[in-house]
Design a protein around this ligand. Sequence first.
Ligand SMILES: Cc1ncc(COP(=O)(O)O)c(C=O)c1O
Length: 430
Amino acid sequence: MVKSSAPLVFDLASWTKRIPESAIRKLLRFKVKYYFAGGKPGVLPLDVFSKILVEKGLDDLMNLIDGEERKVIDEFNYGPSSGVDSFRETLSGFLRRSDNLKFTKENILVTTGSQQVIYGLLDTMIDPGDVVLSSNPTYLGFMNVAEKLGAKVVTLPTDENGMVTDYLDECYRKSEKKLGKKPELIYVIPDSDNPTGTTLPWKRRKEIYDFAAENKLLVIEDAAYREIQFKEKIPPIKSLDEQNLFVAYIRTSSKEAAPLRVAYSVLPLNLMREVVKARGYYDLCTSTLTQKLLEIYYSKYIDKVLPGIVKKYEERCRVMAKSIDEFFPNGERSSPRGGFFFWWRSTRKFDATLFVEKEAIPSNVAYVPGEAFFTVYGHFFNPDTRELERTAPRKNTMRLSFSYLPPQDIERGIEVLGKVLKEKMAEYHI
Ligand SMILES: Cc1ncc(COP(=O)(O)O)c(C=O)c1O
């Protein structure tokens, strides 16, 4: 018998000790009834995908009958590292009609999820000791990768409108003074941020772009929730970058189609060349077959089905807001205008990380403790002292996803969690 607890005899890379497992991935292991943890889509165009699979299968079959075996072989094969050309062309058209972004297919990179292009960009940009900017809190899939690669992560304060850009210049200068290097990139999620659910107004988007262009910084604009917007969309930061020089614009199909592990980005061309080189050593290319399936979705179906999908998410969001207001103890929540998440901060101090493990999960409810979204080794620009300070995670916070469950389960689950919080949170006082 092989013992699973046998000691590891290998000399692992040092990052394995420095970097925690993703708190979101960890919580996926728990099968709870009321799942508010990971941002799993719960409204998917399943009927459309069944049709697409049939359509694709029939098409392949007809080609085989017609003796076009080579064509079919190529669709079940390795593809280019930058993505299948016809799919990139389709995406270029989709970006033009949905967001008025005029970039040709040569500017578009297809990756295996947007997590991969975040990794590829950071892998390409960061040497140990380099400084990167983001908001406090920030997406852990950015922050933990940056810290894994040795970056010093500096975060700016956030309010109900996301990153407070008034502090950008001062934070940039203080970072150089304290950490010995100028920051070289800014990571933001302008549309319905993960984790806070906030949306950056146009003025702040423009300030970020102007600051980056003036100081030659890369903006990583992660638009994962671009399609899941309940109100009129604010133009992306990328719309200011007509020459494709300063903004890496990341979109994913995970939220608007299904997590088939396909994402698409518009990257400055020189940078794209290096990211493509890097990904040639991760997974070589994204599955050709899934790209072909999504090519059908983006060219024929998305415009028809998306409004209905967004409406359903909006209802889930409304129900969660109402339930938090009704059932939770005193605290503050964000007011998302899209995306998948609420951010909630309790008025009382308590340890939401311990609480999820000891109380929420045994009560059949899961959320992601807010602590997971604060940098482990990084700094925070404190607007009161106007200095960079070591990041102090706010343990009395949580991220609640409204995407996965139907409205009635959201209401019931939030009621259950609210009751446990009211009864037990005092025991977790810190
Ligand atoms: C802000 C953000 N970026 C990137 C990702 C990764 O998405 P994917 O790799 O499925 O495209 C997520 C997933 O939840 C996310 O919330």
